[in-house]
Design a binder for this molecule. Structure first.
Ligand SMILES: Cc1cc2nc3c(=O)[nH]c(=O)nc-3n(C[C@H](O)[C@H](O)[C@H](O)COP(=O)(O)OP(=O)(O)OC[C@H]3O[C@@H](n4cnc5c(N)ncnc54)[C@H](O)[C@@H]3O)c2cc1C
Length: 425
């Protein structure tokens, strides 16, 4: 059964009865009556949507799946830097959830999860609650604005977009680049690792430079990187900046931004103040806030420790965490989130039947970066479960492209098409 908009509004109109569980205000109404074993998934991005689809497919539709997502549509972060470069628009990266509902029978609830009770196995939305047998969280990342004086969610929405969640901020950043006079400076910052998509910021610098090269050739790109060095595909990015955009891209390592002045578009590091024509601060990141609501964030206050056989939280039984929120020496990527989702879905099906999950999972990661309008580079690795270390460890082989090429640029487009189909169709 799927909850359509009319039913959704009807339930909402029924009102909220507070006080079902001590400490947490829970509405008394179950949003969707339960029929059998149920998995609730929070977050319909790369990880969550994939987990939903594969849980239904691999359980022969026996497990009821409810996917809760705040946004009405899926927007891909991968390739969103090309919106800044001008070769794609946000609508090229946007897809609806219709097939997940119609073909796989997933119950999609559009809304915000505001509380989770791990004891009662219940998640809370504004207009009711959902009980679960197992809960999967794939909430992506949230931003640690308190680490940069002068920055907050409102400032990023209004004038200094991070554009690190694809959507309105990506379009706003593109518009700011279009409005900037030739000869201006695009200043972008990169937070200390770990952060979502290690090569993404360097790809962004390439895409902005590609736009400047054709439309604003006197303009400059300055990268303020909090890391001591380029964190991914270093030689390939440096070659792209030197060969394709000579004199245009300036890279400064160990340059964490500590303060911004939104009015003057100035970024401040420990050693200098830099005034920008367009300012793009990518703040430090942590697990999506819903992980804190579930109490599954680890002692570092940022990421969630999991058992890599099932992605079950090390803190609470029956709650699994996948994707960017996971604490691991694994790249935080869409590709990684989808493969984790499949391992998690297979494990949840076994666990619900009283069986053990696969004891030797492996997963792959590939990440393309568009370094110009047509050329790309990639990194690819396989990771296998190491029982002694209780961790996913990189297998031999893998690595990065030998050189950028137009062929890889085409592969990057096919990769996007394939992964969007795998997640949503
Ligand atoms: C510019 C850029 C380029 C990138 N390029 C690549 C690439 O080329 N290849 C690649 O593999 N990866 C890339 N990535 C990384 C990729 O986007 C992420 O790693 C991936 O999205 C992580 O998946 P996830 O499921 O953990 O989170 P997401 O895909 O962000 O999904 C999280 C979802 O949870 C929802 N949510 C969160 N909290 C709640 C709540 N309380 N209630 C309801 N819903 C909620 C959010 O709305 C969101 O839809 C890129 C990222 C960026 C920013």
């Amino acid at each position: 059964m799927s909850l359509d908009r009319r039913e959704f509004l009807k339930i909402g109109a029924a009102g909220i009865v507070i006080g079902a569980f001590p400490g947490i205000a829970f509405a008394s109404n179950e949003l969707i009556p339960r029929k059998g074993q149920r998995v609730v998934i929070v977050g319909g991005g790369f990880g969550g949507a994939t987990a939903a689809k594969y849980l239904r497919m691999w359980s022969d539709n026996k497990i009821e799946v409810v996917l809760v997502e705040r946004n009405p549509v899926f927007i891909s972060c991968p390739m969103s830097n090309t919106v800044l470069g001008g070769t794609r628009t946000i609508s090229d990266l946007t897809q609806n959830y219709d097939t997940l509902k119609s073909k796989y029978g997933i119950n999609l609830v559009q809304g915000e999860v505001t509380a989770i009770d791990p004891e009662k196995k219940t998640v809370m939305l504004a207009n009711g609650h959902l009980g679960y047998d197992r809960l999967i969280l794939s909430p992506g990342v949230d931003f640690m604005y308190d680490k940069i004086e002068g920055l907050n969610a409102r400032v990023t929405d209004e004038s200094i977009p991070h554009a690190w969640k694809a959507g309105a901020q990506t379009t706003m950043l593109r518009k700011q680049l279009e409005d900037m006079p030739d000869g201006g400076t695009f200043v972008m910052s990169i937070p200390a690792a770990p952060y979502r998509c290690p090569p993404g910021p360097y790809e962004r610098a390439c895409q902005v430079a590609a736009y400047f090269k054709t439309s604003k050739p006197k303009s400059k790109v300055i990268i303020l990187d909090a890391n001591p060095d380029i964190t991914s595909k270093k030689g390939l990015f440096m070659a792209a900046w030197k060969d394709l955009y000579p004199g245009m891209v300036e890279y400064r390592n160990s340059s964490a931004v500590v303060k911004v002045d939104a009015a003057t578009k100035t970024a401040k590091t420990e050693v200098e103040d830099i005034k920008a024509g367009v300012l793009n601060i990518i703040p430090p990141m942590k697990a999506g806030a819903v992980a804190s609501l579930a109490g599954v964030v680890g002692a570092d206050g940022r990421w969630c420790a999991v058992d890599f056989l099932s992605y079950e939280s090390k803190v609470h039984k029956n709650i699994h965490v996948i994707g960017d929120s996971v604490s691991a020496a694994l790249p935080k990527s869409g590709h990684m989130a989808t493969t984790q989702a499949k391992i998690c879905a297979a494990a949840v099906i076994e666990l619900l039947q009283g069986n053990q999950p696969d004891q030797s999972p492996s997963l792959a990661n590939t990440c393309y970066s568009m370094v110009s309008n047509t050329e790309a580079i990639h990194v690819a690795n396989v990771f296998r479960f190491n029982a002694e270390k209780q961790a996913m460890v990189a297998a031999d082989g893998g690595g990065v492209s030998s050189a950028r090429s137009e062929m890889e640029g085409k592969f990057a487009g096919y990769w996007l098409k394939n992964i969007m189909s795998d997640v949503l169709l």
